[in-house]
Design a protein around this ligand. Structure first.
Ligand code: BGC
Length: 693
């Protein structure tokens, strides 16, 4: 939109505001249904309609209760979870996923889609990690930005959530987070800042929890000073459902819409009580005007008043094809000794598929991220679809989350495993544990899977282990003995098919872990200091040392490093070249590296750039991700990755001066295939200190 158009829209908004009564304005700023606000019919202002969530558009609910409606017209495309998307390290797929989600939301008549989730994965136990992208702020931001743009191209608003510090489910409604300013700025806020400034998310959801003693949804510091002040945000802040606790506090901070889970809509804090407070002179009507103004601006942005508004579409063949592309690239090959994978379907006559997750459907679970999927291809179905009639596929559950006959299930599984040419075990977790409202008790692989896996590995040396989960699990009991281990996620409606393609070699895996897989829970930073989960309060005493920043700096060996993921081919890194340009207010570093596919299969490599501040006056992590690029290379082909950095890649947050600071001195660039597997290094020097806000 150009300036003149903007001015004319702002004028229209002011005109409308003048015509509205106090009651009408208040109608805009609170829920008048579980997923909608109230419109003003006489002025042609419609209600705003919302829906969850990151993996697709949620099924329909009645306006005033949570009893599921048994409609047959609200089945949708089920997209790979946000963690799966982040594991692709592919910005184009993030954009395409956003486009699918936005089109489906519009197709279902929604104005706001409550996605993406970008909270930092602070502990592997957080029940909602599967809805989030990463432990790394740069990766989370880099994927969120194109995703949001994709959503919003469809005349639908994204709602990036949950702002901020909602990193655990235990006591999520009330827990108070204490975090130092440096960790807040370097770890917990950057992805939100990118979502707002670069992604231009039209809305943002304020979190349930407290921060420094104040509910995030009432926090003047988070919402007024940082979001709207420092970041210049002119969009709408929507509370999480039931995150508002006080009329006066919510009215007088930069929160714009109060939503809740109960149906006493008139009694919401920003409903009748607010009208009464204004009438009693306790709240200035101007604060309501500002909220209403932002909501009307949002309505213009999504073309709500326009005849030519995009009408969307759901369940298109194109959407399904896009989810398949994401699902393929999300799968991570963790281990592949002796090139056990891919399996050669011409050499297999009998295949044993074992494990409840081989046939379990996951879409309709996990809490608000549940999806009523048009279909979901399980791994077993995917394998059978790919293998056809010449391979005999035998299935045994092997373990079950519900059944107690462990011994019998185990015996059945071993029986078919022993006689098969190859075994594929698909286990892991389900949304019983990867879920909203609960954190996992530990890292253990549940339902007796460790014992079963060990026995399968003994029974058949061609056994491939697949973990399907939203979070890492402890693989210590059997990892040494397993030759091939694959990680997949809640990977959307085509997830099982994509998995079969990877296992059988039709697709060369290219996913990389967006989180560290620890060996033991105690090795994870929040746990090593006993600070997860807090109950009344939680102190993030690990500061900036979250995820691999802790593992690499403190020399703690994880099970699998952040950024790890193998391929069926090999890549060679050569010839790193740097150019540096230092100006008064910024620095530009361009890094080029030649990458060659040296194996005999086509494949893709995620080239990762980490930075190390060699001469710093404060403690800094030995590695911080500041760039990445995914390259698709045919067998034998070479290409050059070019990554460009600016001052933000070099700065730390100075808590005393309250600003970002790039210190003069040496820096090292580390280019790797994972955060541990560094292939190229180069040093450069920054000549002058640079501070900025
Ligand atoms: C969740 C949000 C969700 C909202 C609406 C809340 O419980 O925390 O992520 O968007 O419900 O369903």
């Amino acid at each position: 939109m150009n300036n003149t158009e903007n001015i004319s829209i702002e004028n229209k908004i002011e005109e409308l505001l003048k015509k509205m009564t106090l009651e009408e304005k208040v109608g805009l700023i609170h829920g008048n249904g579980l997923f909608r606000t109230e419109g003003v019919e006489r002025l042609g202002i419609p209600a705003l309609k919302m829906s969850d969530g990151p993996m697709g558009v949620r099924r329909e609910f009645p306006n005033d209760n949570w009893n599921s409606l048994d409609y047959s017209d609200d089945y949708v495309t089920y997209l790979p979870s946000n963690t799966a998307l982040a594991a692709t390290w592919n910005r184009d797929l993030a954009y395409e996923s956003g486009k699918v989600l936005g089109a489906e939301a519009r197709g279902r008549g929604k104005d706001i889609i409550l996605a993406p989730g970008i909270n930092i994965v602070r502990s592997p136990l957080c029940g909602r990690n599967f809805e989030y992208m990463s432990e790394d702020p740069y990766l989370a931001g880099a994927m969120a930005v194109p995703y949001i743009k994709g959503v919003q191209e469809n005349h639908v608003a994204a709602c990036v959530k949950h702002f901020a510090l909602n990193n655990q489910e235990t006591e999520r409604l009330n827990v108070n987070v204490e975090v130092d300013e440096r960790a807040l700025r370097e770890i917990y806020l950057p992805a939100f800042e990118a979502a707002v400034k670069e992604g231009k998310s039209y809305t943002i959801m304020s979190a349930y929890n407290k921060f420094r003693g104040t509910y995030c949804s009432h926090s003047n510091y988070l919402l007024d000073d940082i979001l709207k002040g420092e970041w210049g945000y002119d969009g709408v802040v929507i509370s999480d459902w039931g995150a508002v606790h006080d009329t006066y506090e919510a009215a007088n901070c930069a929160l714009d819409i109060e939503m809740n889970v109960t149906n006493n809509f008139d009694e919401y804090f920003l409903a009748k009580p607010l009208i009464e407070a204004v009438k009693a002179g306790k709240v200035d009507e101007k604060v309501i005007d500002e909220k209403a103004r932002r909501i009307l601006r949002l309505m213009h942005r999504i073309n709500i008043f326009e005849e030519g508004r995009y009408s969307g579409a759901y369940n298109t063949a194109e959407h399904r094809e896009k989810t398949l592309r994401t699902a393929r690239e999300a799968i991570v090959l963790l281990k592949n000794d002796n090139s056990v994978l891919p399996l050669d379907k011409n050499k297999i006559k009998t295949l044993a598929v074992i494990g409840e997750n081989a046939e379990k459907l996951h879409a309709l679970g996990g809490g608000s991220a549940e999806i009523k999927a048009l279909y979901e291809i399980s791994p077993l179905l995917g394998l059978k679809m790919k293998l056809g009639g010449n391979v005999e596929v035998k299935y045994a559950k092997g373990y079950s989350e519900n059944e107690a006959q462990a011994q019998q299930l185990l015996e059945e599984a071993l029986d078919i495993a022993e006689k098969a040419d190859a075994v594929i075990f698909v286990g892991g977790l389900t949304h019983k544990l990867d879920t909203e409202g609960l954190d996992k008790p530990d890292l253990k692989l549940p339902y007796g899977q460790d014992v079963l896996i060990e026995k399968l590995l003994q029974a058949n040396e061609n056994t491939v282990i697949v973990m399907l989960s939203g979070t890492p699990v402890d693989m210590g009991a059997w990892l040494e003995k397993a030759s091939a281990v694959v990680q997949t996620w809640y990977n959307g409606m085509e997830g099982g098919y994509a998995l079969a393609e990877v296992l059988l070699g039709d697709v060369n895996p290219s996913g990389k872990l967006p989180v560290t897989f620890p060996k033991r829970l105690e090795d994870s930073p929040a746990h090593s200091i006993g600070e997860f989960p807090g109950r009344k309060d939680v102190h993030y005493r690990e500061g900036i040392f979250v995820g691999y920043r802790h593992f690499s700096t403190n020399n703690v060996e994880p099970l699998f490093w952040f950024g790890h993921g193998l391929s069926y081919t090999t890549f060679e890194y050569n010839n790193i070249k740097l150019t540096k340009e230092e100006r008064e207010d910024n620095i530009r570093i361009s890094v080029c590296v030649d990458i060659k596919n040296t194996g005999n299969r086509d494949g893709a490599e995620v080239v990762q750039l980490y930075i190390r501040d060699v001469e710093a006056s404060v403690v800094r992590p030995v590695k911080e991700l500041k760039g990445f690029q995914k390259l698709y290379l045919k067998s034998g082909e070479s290409s050059t990755a070019e990554l460009v950095l600016d001052k933000t890649a070099l700065a730390f947050y100075n808590e005393i001066k309250h600003c970002w600071q790039v210190e003069a001195g040496k820096f090292e660039i580390l280019i790797g295939s994972s955060s541990e597997d560094i292939r190229q290094r180069a040093i450069f020097t920054v000549d002058k200190d640079l501070n900025y806000i």
